[in-house]
Design a protein around this ligand. Structure first.
Ligand SMILES: Nc1nc2c(ncn2[C@@H]2O[C@H](COP(=O)(O)OP(=O)(O)OP(=O)(O)O)[C@@H](O)[C@H]2O)c(=O)[nH]1
Length: 367
C-alpha cells in the first residue's frame, strides 16, 4: 500500500516536471521565432499554440493531480503525437513533392521533440513506453528514409545533424533512459526492505509478537484521550521447564504461550514480550467493570490446555488500574506490584492492583 502511494507520488512529480519542461521549451521557441521570425509562419505560430495547450494541461493537472494523472498523461501523449507527428509528416511530404531541400524548412524543433520523447520515456510509467516509441518511430523513420533516399541532401552538414539527432542520439538516449527506471525500481526495493526491517525490529524474534520497542511505537500512536489498562503475565516456574526439558522445549512453550495470548482478548489491545517469560497486554479504553474479567480470562485460558511435551503450565497475572496512556510507566509499576502479590500468594492466579490498594487502605484504617 505504502509502496503504491510512493509510486503515485513519483509519477505525479515526474509528470509535473515533464509538463513544465514541455511548456517552457515551447514557450522559448515561440518567443525566439516571434522575435526573429523565419519566412515560415508556422515556425512562430506552432510553438505558441503548443505552449498554450501545455499551459492549459498544467492548470488542469494542478487542480486535482491525484485523480487526473492517467488522464493528463493520455492528453499529453495525444497532444504530442497529434501535433509533432503530422507536422513532421507534412514537412517531409512537402520535401518529397518540391525541389526544396528538407532541412531548409524542416521545423527547427527536432532537439525539443527528441528531448520530450526521451523525458517521457524516462519518467512516465512503463505502460506508456509504447506510445513514446511510436512517437519516435513515426517521425524518425520517414525522416531518415527521406535523407538516405536523397544522397545529395544527405551529405550536407544540416542533414548530418538531423541524421545524428534522430538516429544515433535517439538510440543512445533510449538505451540509457531505462536505467533511470531500474534505478527507481531499485530505490523502491530498498525502501520496502527498510520498512520491513523496521517492522521486524519491532517484533520479538522468538515469539513474533511485539517487543518493547514495538510497544513504544504503538503507545506513541495512541489518541490524545485514550485510556489504558495493562496486565503483566508471567509463566510460573519457567526455570523448571528449562531445567527439566531443555532450553529448546522452553522456547517452544514460549512460542505457544505467546500464540495463546493473542487469541484471548477481542477488543483493541496489544500483546508484547516484556522480557524472558514475562508478557504484557495493554488494553485500550476498557470498561472499568470488565477489568476483573479480563485478568481472569488471561490467567485461566493460558493454562486451560496442556502444552506440547511439557503438560500443564500455569501463569500469574498482575492487572493495573485504568489511566491515561501517558501514565504507562505508573501502570506498569501497579501491574508489577499485583503480579508480585500473585506470585507471593502461591502463583496460578490473577491479582488486581485495585484489590491490593483496597486491602492496604483497610489495614491502615484498622491501625
Ligand atoms: N527457553 C527460554 N528460557 C528463557 C528465555 N528467556 C528467559 N528464560 C528463562 O526463564 C527463566 C525465568 O526464571 P525465573 O525468573 O526464576 O522465574 P520462574 O522460574 O518462572 O519462577 P517464577 O516466575 O517465580 O514463577 C530463566 O531460567 C531464564 O533462563 C527464552 O527466551 N527461552
Amino acid at each position: 500500500m505504502q509502496r503504491q502511494i510512493d509510486e503515485e507520488q513519483i509519477t505525479i512529480s515526474a509528470l509535473r516536471r515533464l509538463l513544465w519542461a514541455s511548456f517552457s521549451s515551447s514557450l522559448m521557441y515561440a518567443l525566439f521565432f516571434n522575435a526573429f521570425p523565419t519566412p515560415l509562419m508556422a515556425d512562430s505560430l506552432m510553438p505558441a499554440i503548443i505552449s498554450c495547450l501545455f499551459l492549459a494541461l498544467i492548470v488542469y493537472f494542478h487542480r486535482d493531480p491525484h485523480h487526473r494523472t492517467p488522464k493528463v498523461i493520455s492528453l499529453y501523449l495525444v497532444l504530442n503525437l497529434s501535433v509533432f507527428i503530422p507536422t513532421a509528416w507534412i514537412y517531409i511530404w512537402l520535401a518529397w513533392q518540391s525541389e526544396q531541400k528538407l532541412f531548409d524548412f524542416f521545423p527547427p524543433a527536432s532537439g525539443v521533440m527528441i528531448a520530450i520523447l526521451t523525458l517521457g520515456l524516462a519518467v512516465l510509467p512503463r505502460k506508456y513506453k509504447k506510445y513514446i516509441i511510436l512517437g519516435w518511430a513515426s517521425t524518425a523513420i520517414p525522416l531518415l528514409h527521406y535523407l538516405v533516399s536523397h544522397p545529395l541532401e544527405l551529405h550536407t552538414r544540416h542533414s548530418y545533424e538531423l541524421l545524428g539527432l534522430w538516429g544515433p542520439a535517439c538510440v543512445l538516449l533510449y538505451m540509457v533512459a531505462p536505467y533511470q527506471k531500474s534505478m527507481r525500481n531499485h530505490m523502491n526495493r530498498v525502501t520496502t526492505d527498510l520498512r520491513r526491517s523496521e517492522q521486524e525490529a519491532d517484533r520479538d524474534f522468538l515469539t513474533d509478537i511485539y517487543n518493547r520497542r514495538g510497544l513504544q511505537h504503538w503507545l506513541g500512536q495512541r489518541q490524545h484521550g485514550d485510556l489504558i489498562s495493562l496486565a503483566l503475565i508471567d509463566i510460573d516456574h519457567f526455570k523448571r521447564v528449562n531445567d527439566i526439558y531443555g532450553h529448546d522445549i522452553g522456547d517452544q512453550v514460549l512460542i505457544e504461550f505467546a500464540s495463546r495470548l493473542r487469541t484471548i482478548y477481542r477488543g483493541p489491545h496489544i500483546i508484547a514480550r516484556w522480557g524472558g517469560e514475562e508478557f504484557i497486554a495493554v488494553f485500550v479504553n476498557p470498561e472499568a467493570n470488565s477489568i476483573v474479567h479480563i485478568a481472569d480470562q488471561f490467567q485461566s485460558k493460558l493454562s486451560r490446555l496442556p502444552y506440547q511435551d511439557v503438560g500443564e503450565i500455569t501463569a500469574s497475572v498482575g492487572m493495573s488500574q485504568i489511566a491515561h496512556h501517558e501514565h504507562f510507566l505508573g501502570l506498569v509499576s501497579q501491574a508489577d506490584n499485583a503480579l508480585y502479590q500473585a506470585k507471593h500468594n502461591g502463583r496460578n492466579q490473577a491479582v488486581l492492583f485495585s484489590d491490593i490498594e483496597k486491602a492496604s487502605t483497610s489495614l491502615n484504617g484498622q491501625n
